[in-house]
Design a protein around this ligand. Structure first.
Ligand code: RIB
Ligand code: CA
Length: 309
């Protein structure tokens, strides 16, 4: 049972990633921290609580975290995921109570309880993690792995031409995480585009598993499927957080990884949130992250199916 702490801006793909972790018998989800991103904080909290309840995992604590990025105003992705972040399909996403305490305090406390063993998986903007590092710069020494859904090794953005949403939303937080000494392993939006697109026939096949969880995981992708059809021109909806979670659960999901030097643009209007990856080693700078550059779609889909069963 490996201890996982998951930080999420819970919307339609985050929810599937949470399901994948909450329904594993070899993962101990010791805490879920929620951060503003895809949707405002209170909605992300409700979405996480709804997902936890659907998985019958009320034993897993869910904590509200930061409601805004470190310095920038919050920019959400409700145009991608729907107003409620969960496809606007009329789910009863209100009225649940999160656990007492702030996500940053919970992450720090958990890092002591599971010192050296903890896997931190981040599925949203890195605001909570940056705040935790401000409070306790020794955090990296207690975290075994930090798996980050963020950036894109092919430099193709999904919120601007240059930037992936999680980094764009809070580039200063990502910059702080890069500099912190956390052993970051990045699963970028390129990996989602190349290996985690769910075409309509596959979506129907997954939904036909017929469990409430399977129907939930497919139905909440309604708005993102429209966004992919009209904006990103993918052959179906993609699942960035779930393939990042799959890699966190089983690193063999990655078929190629590279240690690279990464730097993030925090100031430019044009390229805010762009993570420049030194693929050719031009800078001579030391690598500061492990980047997944290819993945095993079949392995990912097998893990997804078993989570929905
Ligand atoms: O760019 C994709 C990421 O942004 C995913 O984590 C998605 O949930 C959104 O937060
Ligand atoms: Ca997310």
């Amino acid at each position: 049972m490996r201890p996982f702490f998951i930080d999420t801006d819970t919307a339609s793909d985050d929810a599937v990633a949470l399901v994948m972790a909450l329904r594993r018998h070899d993962i101990d989800v010791v805490g879920v921290g929620v951060v503003a991103g895809n949707v405002p904080l209170d909605m992300a909290v409700q979405n996480a609580l709804y997902t936890r309840e659907l998985c019958d995992r009320l034993d897993v604590p869910v904590y509200a975290g930061e409601a805004a990025p470190l310095r920038l105003p919050l920019g959400t992705a409700q145009n991608v995921h729907g107003g409620d972040g969960m496809g606007d399909i009329g789910l009863a996403l209100a009225g649940r109570e999160p656990d007492a305490g702030h996500a940053v305090d919970a992450l720090l406390a958990t890092s002591h309880e599971h010192a050296g063993e903890l896997t931190l998986v981040t599925l949203g903007p890195l605001t909570n993690i940056a705040r935790a590092l401000e409070r306790d710069p020794s955090l990296p020494a207690r975290v075994a792995r930090t798996v980050v859904m963020g950036a894109a090794a092919d430099h193709v953005g999904n919120v601007t031409p240059a930037a992936e949403f999680n980094v764009w939303a809070d580039p200063h937080a990502f910059d702080a995480v890069l500099a912190s000494g956390l052993a970051c392993e990045l699963v970028g939006w390129d990996i989602s585009r190349y290996y985690a697109v769910v075409e309509p026939e596959l979506a129907a096949d997954l939904r036909s598993i017929g469990t409430p969880v399977a129907e939930f995981c497919i139905d909440i992708q309604r708005v993102v499927a429209e966004f992919c059809a009209t904006e990103t021109k993918l052959a179906g909806f993609d699942l960035p957080d779930p393939i990042a979670m799959a890699f966190a659960i089983d690193p063999a999901v990655a078929t190629e990884t590279r240690r690279l030097n990464l730097r993030v643009e925090t100031e430019s209007e044009l390229t805010r949130g762009m993570v420049v990856m030194d693929l050719l080693g031009f800078t001579g700078q030391e690598p500061n992250a492990l980047v997944v550059t290819a993945a095993d779609r079949a392995k990912f889909l097998t893990m997804l199916r078993s989570a929905l069963a």
